[in-house]
Design a protein around this ligand. Structure first.
Ligand SMILES: *[C@@H]1O[C@H](CO)[C@@H](O)[C@H](O)[C@H]1NC(C)=O
Ligand SMILES: *[C@@H]1O[C@H](CO)[C@@H](O)[C@H](O)[C@H]1NC(C)=O
Ligand SMILES: *[C@@H]1O[C@H](CO)[C@@H](O)[C@H](O)[C@H]1NC(C)=O
Length: 241
């Protein structure tokens, strides 16, 4: 249960942060993995996975941040287990074992199912939160290759003339109970640091070459680190499990 609870609190913290600002968007399009999936893998597996205590197709014991966004039109293409791109690392759902779309594949699905040209892209925010599964499925994966892959996904979106993108960086994965249990803290903290530094530079460079797009990082790493270091300030009374 410990991993579930950690996710529960992350998500509450995230939605608090998002809801404190007035959102100038009427549409949010989401690409990503289990942090954001509100039922896509559940549908794909005929409601077999994720199963309880996960809540209604979410990889959490309750509602997640996506459920709490106060925007009328949410288009959610996130699939649990997703990687940045299936041609870099294949995304696989467990029990039943089946391939799921990585983020670049999700973007291709979105492009097919919607008329991007006629939506008001000035009022549409695109969010990408992905990356940790690339490392989960390939322990020798190099962070810069995953950043390059994420950057390809962003370039796919830029071709549609979109205006606003928010990209999440990686969480402090070394603090997660399963990684702690396997004594992999130092590997994960170094890897995440390298990934996040490389991602910041990559986003800054893409922003410079695409001045008409707002390209931002949501620093979930910093937010979660602050919460874990000072849970009381964020109204959490338990930062252990
Ligand atoms: C979107 O914003 C641009 C520049 O700010 C403006 O020229 C354009 O007319 C806007 N498009 C719509 C559909 O509102
Ligand atoms: C894992 O990633 C590395 C690159 O960092 C690559 O050389 C290797 O082939 C990948 N392993 C598998 C099983 O795909
Ligand atoms: C990301 O890291 C790779 C390898 O370390 C490097 O070649 C690349 O220039 C970095 N990207 C940026 C934008 O700094």
């Amino acid at each position: 249960m410990t991993a579930l609870l950690l996710f529960g609190f992350l998500i509450t913290a995230l939605s608090q942060q998002i809801n404190t600002e007035q959102i100038p968007f009427d549409t949010i399009v989401i690409f990503g993995d289990s942090h954001s999936d509100t039922g896509n893998v559940y549908k794909l597996t005929d409601q077999i996975w994720p199963r309880p205590p996960y809540f209604q197709g979410r990889f959490s014991n309750g509602l997640i941040w996506v459920d709490k966004l106060s925007v009328t039109n949410i288009m959610n293409y996130a699939y649990g287990a997703a990687t940045t791109d299936n041609s870099l690392v294949q995304s696989i759902a467990w029990s039943p074992v089946m391939p799921t779309p990585g983020v670049r594949q999700q973007i291709a699905i979105y492009a097919k199912d919607s008329n991007i040209i006629t939506s008001n892209l000035n009022r549409t925010l695109f969010i990408i939160w992905v990356g940790s599964n690339d490392f989960a499925y390939n322990r020798t994966m190099h962070p810069s290759l995953v950043v390059a892959s994420l950057s390809n996904a962003i370039s796919d979106l830029l071709k549609f003339n979109i205006k606003h993108i928010l990209v999440f960086n990686l969480l402090p994965l070394h603090l997660m109970p399963n990684i702690h249990a396997f004594n992999q803290e130092s590997y994960y903290s170094a890897m995440v640091l390298e990934f996040n530094n490389n991602l910041s530079k990559e986003i800054a460079s893409m922003q410079a070459t695409n001045p008409y797009v707002s390209l931002r990082i949501f620093n979930i790493h910093s937010l979660v680190s602050k919460i874990i270091n000072n849970p009381i300030m964020y109204s959490f009374d338990n930062n252990e499990d």
